[in-house]
Design a binder for this molecule. Structure first.
Ligand code: PAF
Length: 289
C-alpha cells in the first residue's frame, strides 16, 4: 500500500471528494504512536480509502501551552501511518488553514466546553471544534475515528456533528496503553525516566476508582477522594479527578456503572489526561467475573 501525501487545500478537496467508495478519516496532530495507528487500522477495516491528517492546530493551544514544543516528525509519522494502512496523508499549511482574514470559530453553549478540560484550557474546545469542522468540510469523510483517551473531545465533537447535522459518523476507539497501563499520548515524549514512572499515577488513580466501585462504594465524592489521593502522591500538579456522566460530562453525586472517571495532571513538562468507565476492565486489575 503506498501513501499519497496531499498538501494544498485544493489537492485535498479534489482527491478526497473524488474517492470511489467509503472514505475513513483520522485527524491527528502527528507524533504518531500505537494509539493513532489503532485508529487507522479501525478505519482500514471499515472503509475503502483511509485519509489521515497531521496538523498541529494553533487554535487549540493556550498562550502558555506547548504549541512550539509539540513534537513534529512528519517523515517518521508517514511511515507509521502507511504501516497501519493509511492511503492519504494530509499535511496542511498553517497559513492556508487560517488565512489572515479567517473569522469564523465554532463553540458550544453548554457547560461541555467550559468544564474539566475546558476549564483548565480556556478556548481549547473552540479550537478543536473549529479545526475538526474545517477538516470534515475539506475531506468529506463517511466515518471519522477518534481515540477514547481524549474522552471529553469525543463528547464535544459528537455534539457538534449532531447539532450541525454533519454527514459523518464519529467512531470512538479504545485507549491504547503501554504494558504497564500508561495511556499512549504524543505528550509522553516529554517525560524523562522518573517522570515516566510518576505518570503511572494517572492510571493508578483510575484503578483506585474502579477498585472502590467494585468494593461497593457508590459515593462519587468518596471515589473522587480515592483518585485524588493517588494523583496527589504521584504527580507534580493534579488538576482534576472526577466522576462524570458519560453523555454530558456533568459531575456525579452517586456512582453508576458506565460513569466515567476522568483525571488530569502535570508531570514535569507534560500535561496528561486519562479516563476509565466504571465497570470496564483496566490493566492492573483482574477482569470482572
Ligand atoms: O486529538 C487530537 O489530536 C486533536 O485534538 C485533533 C482532533 C486532531 C484536532 O486538532
Amino acid at each position: 500500500m503506498t501513501l499519497t501525501t496531499l498538501r494544498t487545500l485544493d489537492e485535498i478537496r479534489s482527491t478526497c471528494r473524488g474517492v470511489d467508495g467509503q472514505l475513513g478519516f483520522v485527524p491527528t496532530m502527528g507524533a504518531i504512536h500505537a494509539g493513532h495507528q489503532s485508529l487507522v487500522r479501525a478505519a482500514r477495516q471499515e472503509c475503502d480509502v483511509v485519509a489521515a491528517s497531521i496538523f498541529v492546530n494553533p487554535l487549540q493551544f493556550g498562550d502558555d501551552e506547548d504549541l512550539d514544543a509539540y513534537p513534529r516528525r512528519e517523515a517518521e509519522d508517514a511511515v507509521l501511518l502507511a504501516a497501519a494502512g493509511a492511503d492519504l496523508l494530509l499535511l496542511i499549511d498553517k497559513d492556508e488553514m487560517y488565512p489572515p482574514d479567517f473569522a469564523t470559530t465554532i463553540t458550544q453553549s453548554e457547560t461541555l466546553v467550559t468544564t474539566l478540560e475546558g476549564e483548565c484550557r480556556p478556548g481549547h474546545f473552540e479550537g478543536v471544534l473549529t479545526v475538526v469542522a474545517k477538516l470534515f468540510g475539506l475531506v468529506g469523510p463517511c466515518r471519522a475515528f477518534f481515540g477514547r483517551k481524549d474522552y471529553q473531545q469525543t463528547v464535544v465533537v459528537r455534539r457538534m456533528v449532531a447539532d450541525l447535522n454533519l454527514p459523518v459518523h464519529v467512531e470512538v476507539c479504545p485507549t491504547v496503553r503501554e504494558p504497564d497501563g500508561l495511556a499512549m499520548s504524543s505528550r509522553n515524549a516529554y517525560l524523562g525516566d522518573d517522570q515516566r514512572a510518576a505518570a503511572l499515577s494517572l492510571v493508578g488513580a483510575l484503578r483506585a476508582a474502579e477498585q472502590a466501585f467494585r468494593a461497593g462504594e457508590r459515593s462519587a465524592p468518596a471515589i473522587e477522594a480515592a483518585m485524588e489521593t493517588i494523583l496527589r502522591a504521584g504527580t507534580d500538579e493534579p488538576e482534576y479527578a472526577c466522576l462524570v456522566d458519560p453523555l454530558d460530562m456533568s459531575r456525579r453525586t452517586a456512582a453508576r456503572a458506565g460513569d466515567v472517571a476522568v483525571v488530569a495532571a502535570r508531570v514535569g513538562p507534560a500535561r496528561l489526561i486519562d479516563n476509565h468507565s466504571l465497570g470496564d476492565t483496566i490493566p492492573g486489575l483482574p477482569a470482572r467475573p
